[in-house]
Write a protein that binds this ligand. Sequence first.
Ligand code: ZN
Length: 329
Amino acid sequence: MISKGSLPIYPKVVAVSFIKPSQRVDVMTYASIPIVKNIVVAVLLLSSAAHAAQPDRFSNVVMEAAALTDSIYMLTGAGGNLAVSVGADGFLLVDDQYAAMAERIADVLADLSGTSEVGRRLKYVINTHHHGDHTGGNEFFVQNGATLIASEAARVRLLARAPSATAPLPVITYEEGVHIYFNDDRLKLVALKGHTDGDTAVFFERANVLHAGDLFFNGRFPYIDTGSGGGVELYLSSQEKLLAMINDDTQVIPGHGPIARRPDLMAVHAMIRATHEAVAKGVGAGMSLSSIQEKGLDDVYQSFAWDFISEARWIETLYWDVLKNNAAQ
Ligand SMILES: [Zn+2]
């Protein structure tokens, strides 16, 4: 079974406060400009001058922003993909990667803010689930004024692994979902399960952009965190809910992998279903895990393997899921 200990998503990275005493004067000077009512952006703008030492793993990672609409961007760096909403109401982030990436994300926000200084305020960070490659920047952004939002189940898991009593936690949660009216759009947050028991998909209704969180690894075998309440059937049924929510014009931000459209999500969904059935067939024929791995999946699925979830590892996830289902029957 995949153990959490083998996940490459919990680096021992500590966010370092970058507001050094020598810089506070600058912050206050900037904040005193009448049009800027919130010093958050001023702090963000200073970030490039104050980068803390980065671990080698992230030192060469560049944050890149791709415009999906005139106000929504997809950011890629290390860890899960971000969505950013930029407009008159300020910034909203969906996920915030690793702590080590937070200041680079802040740099991108400063770049995206353009000429609207009022629109530079960071308001909300939504966590699609608790994993560290999606929530590592929470402390940094909360320190810079953001309000954290996540499902109640994700909050429970964030609390369980909080490194200290002062670690920031979501302050707005929901059991099934919530709407957020922001930047001339309605964001529909839907609580789902499958990758973990606390997944959230974020649908920007007017913009027709969906952030699927890790319920979608585009073109890849998914990671299903069975130790955190995830499961293959749950994953498939949540993907069906996402497919029902969107149309062929929807731009879909996957948790990992390139920007996608509905057919890409359908392809991954079909792959999961077919490979699940193939492994169940092997188990039904009395094959062991290693013999199923040795036989491998159909060649058409080879391209879904990647460095984190190899074919053998994906088969292992499916194998234990089939055994669990058989035992429950
Ligand atoms: Zn994840």
